[in-house]
Ligand binder design. Structure first.
Ligand code: ATP
Ligand code: MG
Ligand code: FE
Length: 335
């Protein structure tokens, strides 16, 4: 069973062919980062325009690299939401047109379900599992009893981790997206500023990163007022230490309380070296199997959408020609 995946929720135009929900046959990602860099973030109108320009080429390239024609496909899976409305619409409309033209069923996938299912392209999922979704727009802990059963047990109350990374990077004059730059500085630092750890109420699995972000901004502001030099490495390391300690701490506590067989990480910030090392060490110590996808599967791609879409398709959950982009879509279970 071959499924074509399409993803356009933010600033990557992506298409991919996945076999049986587990094997990548082709995976094409056209990134727009260069176009958004000079604005310091994603500009929605520019994103939509790029998607329109790229989508047909990217789909054709995914089929060409797979050595396939549309006749060999069983379904088309597309990111239905959440994301930028104009960006989502390009992918959804392309998917509808493609599905209609070739008589294929269409499956609308939640972007975060996609990030979670990126893991299945490299590792069998074993239930119950805990997924740590940590990306540009989300930071959540999701408990899964079985395929397509999503129970969000904790989430950010303000900024997502990736958003905080990008904002802190901006105050350090690092290019967008700043996450990888902070990671790089933190890793080569010989010291770290002591920023607060935001744990929230005892027992809570929610996250908050805006207070930490403010602490970093205040620190920078005060140093400037006093005419002191700021070490970008020490700031980056201090910020990263706080994020890593809290995220690792909550993920470990949740994994133990829910007694899961497996913990998986997903999303762009899961590419963070400091976080990967910390999570791997913590779960190793607890004897709980832990996996993170390779870097290209952590950030946005369409293989993850095809992987999730295949399971939905197998469960008989398909959409129709009335499908629309859903910018505020909630992560609902597949039943
Ligand atoms: P969402 O998936 O929540 O809709 P998104 O798709 O924009 O958001 P992703 O593409 O999954 O998010 O991830 C992008 C984010 O990951 C950016 O905020 C970026 O700075 C961050 N990021 C990427 N690599 C790293 C890294 N090594 N360390 C920290 N953050 C990183
Ligand atoms: Mg992105
Ligand atoms: Fe994403």
């Amino acid at each position: 069973k071959y499924v074509l995946g399409i993803e356009t929720s933010c600033d990557e135009t992506a298409a991919s062919v996945v076999k049986n929900g587990v094997e990548i046959i082709s995976n094409v990602v056209a990134s727009q980062i260069e176009s958004h860099k000079r604005f310091g973030g994603v500009v929605p109108e520019i994103a939509s325009r790029h998607h329109v320009e790229q989508i047909t080429l990217v789909i054709e390239e995914a089929l060409a690299q797979a050595g396939m024609t549309p006749e060999g496909l069983s379904a088309v899976a597309v990111t239905e939401g959440p994301g930028l409305v104009g960006a989502l619409l390009v992918g959804v409309n392309a998917a509808k047109a493609f599905a209609f033209a070739h008589g294929l069923p269409i499956v609308g996938v939640h972007h975060i379900a996609g990030h979670i299912y990126a893991n299945r392209l490299e590792q069998e999922m074993e239930f119950p599992l805990l997924a740590l979704v940590i990306s540009g727009g989300h930071t959540e802990l999701v408990y899964m009893k079985e395929h397509g059963d999503f129970d969000v047990i904790g989430e950010t109350r303000d900024d997502a981790a990736g958003e905080a990374y990008d904002k802190v990077a901006r105050t350090l004059d690092l290019p967008y997206p700043g996450g990888p730059h902070i990671d790089r500085l933190a890793n080569k630092s010989d010291g770290a500023i002591d920023f607060p750890r935001i744990w929230l109420e005892e027992g809570s699995y929610d996250f908050s990163f805006s207070g930490l972000k403010s602490s970093v901004l205040n620190y920078m502001h005060n140093a400037k007022q006093r005419g002191e030099n700021v070490s970008p490495e020490h700031v980056a390391a201090g910020f990263q230490n706080s994020v890593v300690e809290v995220v690792t701490g909550k993920a470990v506590r949740a994994a133990e309380q829910y007694n899961v067989r497996q913990v998986i990480a997903a999303g762009g910030v899961a590419a963070n070296k400091g976080l990967r090392t910390s999570l791997a060490a913590a779960f190793e110590k607890k004897g709980i199997p832990f996996y993170i996808p390779s870097l290209p599967l952590c950030t946005d791609n369409a293989a993850m959408i095809a992987a999730a879409g295949t399971v939905m398709f197998e469960k008989g959950i398909t959409g129709n020609m009335a499908m629309n982009g859903r910018p505020g879509m909630e992560l609902g279970s597949w039943n």
